[in-house]
Design a protein around this ligand. Structure first.
Ligand code: PLP
Length: 400
């Protein structure tokens, strides 16, 4: 009998479990479309030029690695504020945004969740149906009851917007609503600007607490365009949360660079909120790591590197769009009768392919093509070498 005799084996993380299965697969043509990671046209994880240049510049003036402040590098936090709200925008100039450096977007979500739990312990959390699988687990672990708002309409291949509004309108005041600011994961379907206006109005009318998750800024239509939803919440005079992730947009997955920003009513309120966020950080991991934040701050705050980043991010965005088109064309060429053009209407790194679980399992076992059981495939992992094979495989499982 040991202390741990009664410890149950936890289920494998669905996505990371898929990775392990992929690694063990001996099929030479195997393709991993499971995990949400951008690979270049050679199937390689990119190391961005702007990141290399920033790292070189940092190495030129080596610095000792003391503890960072609890809320992170000031130049980093300021760059995040400027990116999320606009450098000259009123929330930033008036000092009413509290921003902290976080361990990736996940860290930003968790700091926000822990703070909200103290603020309003009885609030419910609503996430989209479906959502990034960690949303439910993360808010549940923070002590919240997590429910869903309607989002995906499989038959329509799009957003069930009426259902979404109905869900929001039925929510109790104070309910926390997690919204994907752009590039919805997993479906690839975003709501339109006009629909955002209606969401903002419903959130305001029902006194809900918006928590915008921005993990893919720049992967949809552009950096500014992808932040447009934030501007709408600002214009409505709301206070809200935004988590930022640079994992994908800087290809810095392992450095864990993200942030949490809380837009408050005024500067004095932001100072109080920041003091509470810092307690959450201090009692969890004390303070953030130096390297990733220093690199991102260097890039965002150096005009030439910033421009290089925008170009590199733009190239990633364009390549994903090209792969969507290649997928649609390739499926047609492989004999798929069904109109698959919906894949080019989706945005961001993912496509909800419409394939069912059995078809996804067959893709894996017969062809070594790995997507999630829900039919989500990562378009950002396709390239000119593997897309033809993937299309053949999908066509075969679609044809029965
Ligand atoms: N939010 C969404 C919607 C995501 O898809 C992801 C990553 O896949 C994250 C947050 C977490 O990002 P990070 O890896 O920076 O923690």
């Amino acid at each position: 009998m040991s202390l741990f005799s009664a410890v149950a084996m936890a289920p494998r993380d669905p996505i990371l479990g898929l990775n392990e299965q992929y690694a063990a697969d001996t099929n030479p043509q195997k393709v991993n479309l499971g995990v949400g990671v951008y690979f270049d046209d050679n199937g390689k994880l990119p190391l961005l030029q702007c990141v290399q240049a920033a790292e070189k510049a940092l190495m030129d003036t080596p610095t000792a690695r003391g503890y960072l402040p609890i809320d992170g590098i000031a130049a980093y936090d300021n760059a995040v504020k400027a990116l999320v709200f606009g450098a000259d925008a009123e929330p930033v100039t008036s000092g009413r945004v509290a921003t902290v450096q976080a361990l990736g977007g996940t860290g930003g979500l968790k700091i926000g969740a822990d703070f909200l739990k103290k603020l309003n312990p009885d609030a419910k959390v609503l996430i989209s149906d479906p959502s990034w699988e960690n949303h439910r687990a993360l808010f549940t672990n923070a002590g919240f009851t997590v429910e869903t708002y309607a989002y995906y309409d499989a038959a329509k291949r799009g957003v069930n917007f009426d259902g979404m509004l109905d869900s929001l309108n039925a929510a109790a005041p104070g309910t926390i609503v997690v919204l994907h600011a752009c590039c919805h994961n997993p479906t690839g379907y975003d709501i339109t600007p006009a629909q955002w206006d209606q969401v903002v109005a419903a959130v305001k009318a029902k006194a809900l607490v918006p928590f915008l998750d921005m993990a893919y800024q720049g992967f949809g239509h552009g950096i500014q365009e992808d932040g447009a939803a934030i501007q709408k919440f600002v214009a409505a005079g709301l206070t809200f949360f935004v988590s930022t992730s640079f994992s994908k947009s800087f290809s810095l997955y392992g450095e864990r660079v993200g942030a949490l920003s809380v837009l408050c009513q005024d500067k004095e309120e932001a100072a109080r909120v920041l003091s509470q966020l810092k307690i959450t950080i201090r009692t969890n991991y004390s303070n953030p790591p130096t390297h990733g934040g220093a690199v991102v701050a260097k890039v965002l705050n150096t005009p030439a590197l910033r421009q290089q980043w925008e170009e590199e991010l733009g190239a990633m965005r364009v390549r994903i769009k090209e792969m969507r088109q290649a997928l649609v064309d390739g499926l047609k060429a492989a004999g798929v009768q069904q109109d698959m053009s919906f894949m080019t209407q989706q945005i961001g790194m993912f496509s909800y392919s419409g394939l069912n679980k059995d078809q996804m399992l067959r893709l894996r076992s017969e062809f070594g093509v790995y997507g999630t059981d829900t039919g989500r495939i990562c378009v950002a992992a396709l390239n000119r070498q593997n897309v033809g094979y993937v299309c053949q495989a999908i066509a075969k499982v679609m044809q029965g």
